[in-house]
Ligand binder design. Sequence first.
Ligand SMILES: NC(=O)c1ccc[n+]([C@@H]2O[C@H](COP(=O)([O-])OP(=O)(O)OC[C@H]3O[C@@H](n4cnc5c(N)ncnc54)[C@H](OP(=O)(O)O)[C@@H]3O)[C@@H](O)[C@H]2O)c1
Length: 188
Amino acid sequence: MTKVAIWCRHQKDNIIGIGSDIPWNVPSDAQKFVRMATGQNVVVGRKTYETFPERTLPEARIFVLTSDSDYEVSDVQKHLVIGNLKMFKDFDEDLYIAGGAKVYEQFFTTAPKLLPEIVVDCVYRGELNPECKGEIADITSCIGVLNKKYVKISCDYEKDNVTTAIYVRRGEFVDQAVLKKLLSEIEG
Ligand SMILES: NC(=O)c1ccc[n+]([C@@H]2O[C@H](COP(=O)([O-])OP(=O)(O)OC[C@H]3O[C@@H](n4cnc5c(N)ncnc54)[C@H](OP(=O)(O)O)[C@@H]3O)[C@@H](O)[C@H]2O)c1
């Protein structure tokens, strides 16, 4: 099983969201995320789940983290409500970690078994949308771990003010098929 974290963060401050919004609008980056998540096992926090159009992703099995065991998902066949991350310590399928900040943070800082083998690090270099208001979600704690425990294995892909690169955990065996798929999806 391979755990892949995918995010798009703002350069320098590592902001990924303000309130319920991503404070930039880069359709090619959003499309790249959907290509990578389509048909996969995807884990998200409840707040991020509620930002997905129609609260879904094409053909994906979505694990929605919430403390509300009565939470109603949009597709009871494919979306599962979970109350903690324990099941992912020994999950035997590939898993795509799609945020938000609270979820990335738990995968990166709480237990070695949760640490992703691969990170798709997208960095937005433009301005933040000043109209977005609310709580700031940033992943600075995860970037600290990325810098210490991972090595960049791809070149930088530049598109629409977003630089994308793939990192793998140092010393970790990484499934080449997963890497190949990610590279082709990044290139579009
Ligand atoms: N730029 C990007 O790549 C990217 C990616 C994803 C999201 N985002 C942005 O990030 C922001 C949301 O991030 P966020 O950190 O505020 O929220 P979040 O991580 O999406 O969701 C947080 C919620 O998840 C639930 N949760 C998390 N860990 C849990 C656990 N261990 N047990 C039970 N429930 C748990 C709780 O739901 P309950 O309150 O229901 O208990 C918690 O309030 C939004 O702005 C979104 O647009 C950006």
